[in-house]
Design a protein around this ligand. Structure first.
Ligand SMILES: [Zn+2]
Ligand SMILES: [Zn+2]
Length: 133
């Protein structure tokens, strides 16, 4: 686990590696008394966060929802591509779960939404275990 701290004057990024045994709350404790400076994962803006509050990765709620939309757009595109490919007969439904072999798998699992047609057919049980990974 890393916490990124940015020095505004030098814009040097300093990464603090937390002790593997430290939880998030230990890490926040490390920053008590200072404002933790972070880079927004969506727009790249530097923002300050007071310690003790729940760690944020976006500078404002708008960035969070835009990032969410971007992720979901990929997901939607992937599902559309699969739908079209199935309609054209380019993609066949599998009759058995590709992990445990159970008949009639209920889920199609994408490993990467950027590769919409790279997917595996899995049963509910295997799908759950994939999500947990
Ligand atoms: Zn932002
Ligand atoms: Zn299965």
């Amino acid at each position: 686990m890393y916490a990124i701290r940015v020095n505004k004057n030098t814009t040097n990024q300093v990464q603090f590696k937390a002790h593997p045994a430290c939880s998030d709350s230990d890490l926040i404790g490390f920053f008590i008394g200072t404002i933790m400076e972070k880079i927004c994962l969506y727009c790249g803006k530097i923002f300050g966060q007071k310690p003790k509050v729940r760690p944020q990765i976006y500078c404002r709620p708008a960035c969070r929802s835009l990032a969410w939309k971007k992720r979901n757009k990929l997901q939607n595109n992937a599902h559309n591509a699969v739908y079209k490919a199935r309609k054209k007969g380019k993609l066949c439904d599998k009759m058995f779960c590709e992990i445990c072999g159970k008949a009639k798998p209920e889920h199609r699992h994408h490993e990467d939404y950027k590769k919409p047609l790279k997917l595996i057919w899995v049963c509910t049980k295997c799908h759950d275990s994939l999500k947990r990974k």
